[in-house]
Design a protein around this ligand. Structure first.
Ligand code: UT7
Length: 331
């Protein structure tokens, strides 16, 4: 039994924030952002909009493509760095929105690698015969954690909000489904990309002092993230292909976590793959949407006709933790 993606959907909040908009908030330029990251614009959730609100339309679209109703789902999986509430997880809110009380809801919290880790978990549930239909949504509202002053500009210009969803189903078709997954983490770099608070290390976990110190905003050692990303992305992609004795010439499309266009270009170069033909990028429109970025990119690549049933795809991530991983699948 294999796990294959039977449906896909996406949703981004209405508000578009361009580089010109950011120029009005902080000392930055469209030129700097474009040159360093490739990003032109990104979407910001409005106050009151949580990841579950973005997840719902994406989930509905994925269910429709899979030809399933919410009631057919055996398990909800929900990847996010920052849930609607501290407790409970976003999967429970999506369960409420979909009106399927009783359906289990599992949150995945692996930052930028959440979608890759989640696919590996879903594959395990399906190949073991435990579940047949899984709804897996990655939804992020992280712009609330951006320091939109000049002090935070190195990080703030990169991120956006959004959601991507897939329906993963069981099949006995040998020409479809997830072939392998490789996952990694290195906690020595846990503090190189983090949001420090609210934290259970503080009691109470949120105080005026914590807010004054800006501990509730994303901080990043960008250079170290960049350095590790450009080596670990190609390494894990090669590891996954080697496990399958597969040559990269057999790969139709590589969809990486959309962290930075320069990172994607460096990965393409190291793998000796043509950037525009084989390595997909849509970071220009959405920025880095953390775990939502791979399903959003996969959705747009699918809609653009970049692959079809039976094609081999490589999905890969690198991000906070550090965590990284790759999945090889036949669409
Ligand atoms: O999911 C993983 C998410 N994270 C990433 O993928 C990030 C990986 N890292 C990167 O992509 C890059 O490190 C950045 C794009 C974040 C930064 O690029 P960089 O080439 O490493 O720049 P830098 O941080 O070394 O800064 C270079 C200069 C500095 O000025 P000085 O000291 O040379 O005068 C910064 O103050 O650029 C300045 N700078 C900016 N200028 C205009 C930093 N941010 C900005 C900005 N606008 N937004």
């Amino acid at each position: 039994m294999r796990a294959y993606i039977a449906g896909i959907g996406m949703h981004v909040p209405e508000r578009i924030v361009t580089n010109a908009d950011l120029e009005k908030m902080m000392d930055t330029t469209d030129e700097w952002i474009t040159e360093r990251s490739g990003i032109k614009e990104r979407h910001y959730a409005k106050p009151g909009e949580g990841p579950s609100d973005l997840a719902l339309p994406a989930a509905k679209e994925a269910l429709e493509m899979a030809g399933l109703k919410a009631e057919d789902i055996d398990l909800i999986m929900f990847s996010t760095v920052a849930s609607d509430y501290m407790i409970p997880g976003g999967g429970c809110i999506l369960n409420e929105y979909l009106g399927i009380p009783g359906t289990p809801a599992l949150d995945i919290r692996v930052q930028c690698s959440g979608f890759i880790y989640g696919l590996a978990v879903a594959r395990g549930f399906i190949e073991s015969g435990i579940y047949r239909n899984i709804l897996f949504v990655a939804a992020e509202v992280q712009t609330v954690a951006l320091d939109l002053r000049t002090e935070g500009r190195d990080t703030a210009v990169l991120f956006g909000d959004g959601a991507g969803a897939v329906v993963i189903r069981a099949t006995d078709d040998p020409n479809r489904g997830i072939l392998t997954s490789k996952l990694h983490a290195d906690g020595r770099y846990a503090r190189d990309l983090m949001i420090e608070a609210p934290s259970t290390r503080d009691n109470p976990w949120l105080t005026k002092e914590i807010l004054d110190q800006n501990k509730h905003k994303i901080t990043m050692n960008g250079r170290n993230v960049f350095k590790h990303a450009v080596t670990n992305f190609p390494a894990v992609i090669n590891e996954a292909l080697e496990a399958l004795h597969m040559d990269k010439s057999e790969v139709k499309l590589v969809v990486t976590h959309q962290a930075n266009l320069r990172i994607s270009e460096a990965v393409a170069k190291r793998l000796e793959l043509p950037m525009h033909d084989v390595v997909f990028s849509n970071i220009q429109k959405y920025g880095n949407t953390t775990s939502a970025s791979i399903p959003i990119a996969l959705y747009e690549a699918f809609k653009a006709g970049r692959f079809t049933i039976g094609d081999t795809l490589v999905l890969a991530s690198f991000g906070s933790g550090f965590t990284w991983g790759a999945v090889v699948l036949k669409w």
